[in-house]
Design a protein around this ligand. Sequence first.
Ligand SMILES: [Zn+2]
Length: 550
Amino acid sequence: MSADDPAAETATAGENDDHHDFWAEAVADEILARNPDDPIVIKGGVSPSGVAHLGNVNEIMRGSFVAEVLRSRGHEVRQVFTSDDRDPLRKLPRKLADPDGQIVGLGDVDAGALGRNLGKPYTDIPDPFGERDSYAAHFAALLEADADRLGVNIEMYSNTALYADGTFDPVVKRVLERADTAREVLSEYQAKADDEYVPFNPICAECGKLTETIRSIDLDAETVDYVCTDMEVGDETIDGCGHEGTATFREGKLPWRFEWPGQWQVLDVDFEPFGKDHAEGSWPSGIDIAENVLDIEPPVPMVYEWFTLNGEVLSSSAGNIVTVPELLELLEPEVIRYFFALHPKKARDLDLSRLDQLVDDFDRFEDAYYEGVDDESVTAFAEAAYPHVVDEVADEQPIRLPYTFAAVLGMVDDPALREKLARDEGHIPDDADDATVDAALARVERARSWAERMDNAYNYRLQAELPDTDFDDATTDALDALAEVVAADHDGETIQSEVYDIARDHDIEPGDLFAAGYRLFFDETQGPRLGEFLGDLEQEFVVDRLRRER
Ligand SMILES: [Zn+2]
């Protein structure tokens, strides 16, 4: 992934962003072209699933940049997010996120309680962690917390609550009044729209599951009579119990193709970003239903590309996900925000093994904002987007340690030594105050977590105490010779090449001398480029350690 020319990519919501350097500006233009009343409403939504992960915040983040741009133009904006929680649980998730957002297996919760509730709305299923009112409430709390961690305020709406409090009544009534038209429209998009089909799914009063066989509709009483029969949902079948009953419009739900436009109506939505799956599926039918069944104008759409994780599709069941709290252990929130500020039309990969590249791109983006870089499109993008990416634009450009250098510092535990090394390398100005230094060094812990998580070339720990060693005479002589080189004030590269010369002079393999060094400094058999690492450390310490004195 890189920030390669983000400004030059093609338009998304509109095709008219050639005069904008940040895509969210073009989207804002398109929304404002309709002269919406304030507050302008930006929506997103998700059906609760196993784990709330970074993919779930995609549209929250995309929407937030549009919201920010509109606010900067003086508009009042509400960013709403629906938890589509009257949807039925179709199958057991393999993984869940606990209340702290950490991924756990089903073995860690009462999975039996979940299994007994297949087919019921998420809001009617107990929270597997026993903290919230329901599974749905647990999931919504996770997402809201994730948005909050990334600096976005969303107003969460529970679909179930919108049905239960009657907000959806006029929509349900309208759809059922026009059931023939609804069927006709729907038949353009899906096979299941025969004469018997009624676009409403009551919740069975007996078994609590969503069902679909409706015998009659009473529009005045706002009720339907149903039989609880088997229902196909996606590729799953929800078994019916045979109960015959009556449900009010508040005791069921519209099928998704109707529910989505219904949300636009009841929440007065002006803009909604969504993934490609909806673009090919429920968006075309949503427009049709909005215009021809509900008589409302659909919101301005924006289709965003899914990003992949480590080159693969995000997948909870395959375990290819990362949660926001996990990623925040590795990256500053503004770096994650930057990732989502890049053009939504371009497919990207978030490669955890190369987070250093993403951070380097962010650092360059920040440089571009404060002083410009030699690529005009990057500078223009930064000027437009940076103020929306950071929490607050600081007067002085923040000091950023290069991420891989921060990872090197992460091999050292001692905060004072970290600071000294950063100063020696010229990454911290002499006149920096304590707060500035602390802020700069904060990246070290994140880079350290990255090294540990990826178990990469930076995942070593400088040993504070001399490890137990058992070297032969040739090796101890060679180590003493290397100590002399370091004591003579040579730089890392010289130390690195001297290892080879000294090994040859002492008739040992260079690999064995490196291994001896790794044993002394890391108590390991391998490590980073030793010469350069030793060149970065305090000289006296290195000399003493090579002499096995401390
Ligand atoms: Zn039933």
